[in-house]
Ligand binder design. Structure first.
Ligand SMILES: NC(=O)C1=CN([C@@H]2O[C@H](COP(=O)(O)OP(=O)(O)OC[C@H]3O[C@@H](n4cnc5c(N)ncnc54)[C@H](O)[C@@H]3O)[C@@H](O)[C@H]2O)C=CC1
Ligand SMILES: O=C(CO)COP(=O)(O)O
Length: 340
């Protein structure tokens, strides 16, 4: 049973559109907002969003809006599915439009360079507390392309308030889309954001022509880095063994759908970062997250050799093969020395 029958989804890219479809399947009316008028027109006139999800027909319960104020009329639950770099700007518009406390769910994956803030922290900073009921993060191994085909998918709704996480579980859960709850917001947000760095690395490795051994090494030692930084930042290390940690790492490093893996793959084949990003045409969150996490790890004195290597390839044009050679040539370590 759903408690509410109308929601706003902000962001009409692949993830916002796919999650709108899940909500509409659960008989929830969706006001889907986007800033590109032609996409909103297509959603309303043809019930498709072919730029992001070709061959998918959207349920009639989804209505497109290009005006944010209209999209927020009579809703008290808002889902954000925009790139991390747009979060503060959008929340600032929300705060000037709503006059009742709202629940904000976010489904974005990133860390802000410079401030090193997680998305829920940015939302809490920008939204006055009397207008913010709860913040919930929705994360896990979930490519929009498969969700929109109604293929079995599992995710996690995390909030410091169990009731809020359970509310979001109820909104989204159906026979194709299974939702778990979790109280570890820090671990869930960090797992979802940091796996994108490792997915760039997995793509680079594949692009260089390396095999499954190299990719398994990157994923496993990448997870060790994520858990090391996460523990330092207050996450429960066990969260990284769950859907939003190892689960999302697997799906992003091994799926042809992943934008981050595809970006790494093209870079590994020798393309420039600018060419790669314009070729993909969708947000590749791992690039900005690599920049943020490289500096954060330095500040916190946490060892993250894979992240550092990927940073050098992305931002200092280091040869990717040389970066792998240097990772392999590090001094011998004990796998259990730090617990990770
Ligand atoms: N695509 C997927 O399968 C999944 C994506 N995510 C996360 O969801 C977030 C959104 O990703 P996608 O939907 O894949 O991206 P996308 O590139 O498909 O769509 C992003 C949408 O945001 C819009 N946008 C960009 N800048 C904006 C701004 N300043 N103001 C308003 N709108 C703006 C774009 O026009 C586009 O409609 C990312 O953080 C991503 O990591 C999470 C899970 C799955
Ligand atoms: O987070 C995702 C799947 O869970 C999507 O990853 P990409 O952004 O790499 O496509």
């Amino acid at each position: 049973m759903n408690h509410h029958n109308k929601m706003a989804v902000l962001g009409s890219g692949s993830w916002g559109t796919a999650l709108s479809l899940v909500l509409a399947d659960n008989k929830i009316e969706v006001n889907l907002w986007g800033h590109k008028q032609e996409i909103i027109d297509e959603i309303n006139e043809r019930h498709t969003n072919t730029t992001y999800l070709p061959n998918i027909t959207l349920p009639q319960l989804i209505k497109g809006y290009s005006d944010l104020e209209s999209a927020l009329t009579e809703v008290n639950t808002i889902l954000l599915a925009v790139p991390t770099k747009a979060i503060r700007e959008i929340v600032n518009i929300i705060r000037n439009v709503v006059n009742e406390p709202v629940t904000i769910i976010h489904a974005s994956k990133g860390i802000e360079p410079g401030t090193y803030k997680r998305i829920s922290e940015m939302i809490e900073e920008e939204m006055p507390s009397h207008l913010l009921k709860d913040v919930v993060v929705l994360s896990g191994p979930s490519h929009a392309e498969e969700v929109s085909l109604r293929q079995p998918t599992t995710v996690t709704a995390a909030s410091s308030q169990l009731q809020a996480a359970e509310y979001v579980q109820t909104l989204f859960m159906n026979s194709n889309f299974r939702v778990y709850t979790n109280l570890d917001v820090i671990g869930v947000e960090l797992g979802g954001s940091l796996k994108n760095i490792i997915a760039l690395g997995a793509g680079l490795s594949d692009g260089l022509g390396y095999g499954d051994n190299a990719k398994a090494a990157l994923m496993t030692r990448g997870l060790a880095e994520i858990a090391r930084l996460g523990s330092e930042m207050g996450a429960n290390p066990l969260t990284f063994s769950g859907l939003t940690g190892v689960g999302d790492l697997i799906v992003t490093c091994t799926s042809k759908h992943s934008r981050n893996w595809r970006a790494g793959h093209l870079l590994g084949q020798g393309k420039s970062l600018d060419d790669v990003l314009s070729n993909i045409g969708m947000i590749v969150e791992g690039v900005r997250t690599t920049e943020a996490v490289f500096h954060l790890a330095k500040k916190l004195e946490v060892e993250m050799p894979i992240t550092s290597a990927i940073y050098e390839v992305l931002f200092n044009k280091k040869d990717a093969k040389l970066a792998v050679d240097e990772l392999m040539a590090r001094t011998g370590k004990s796998e259990s020395a730090t617990g990770f």
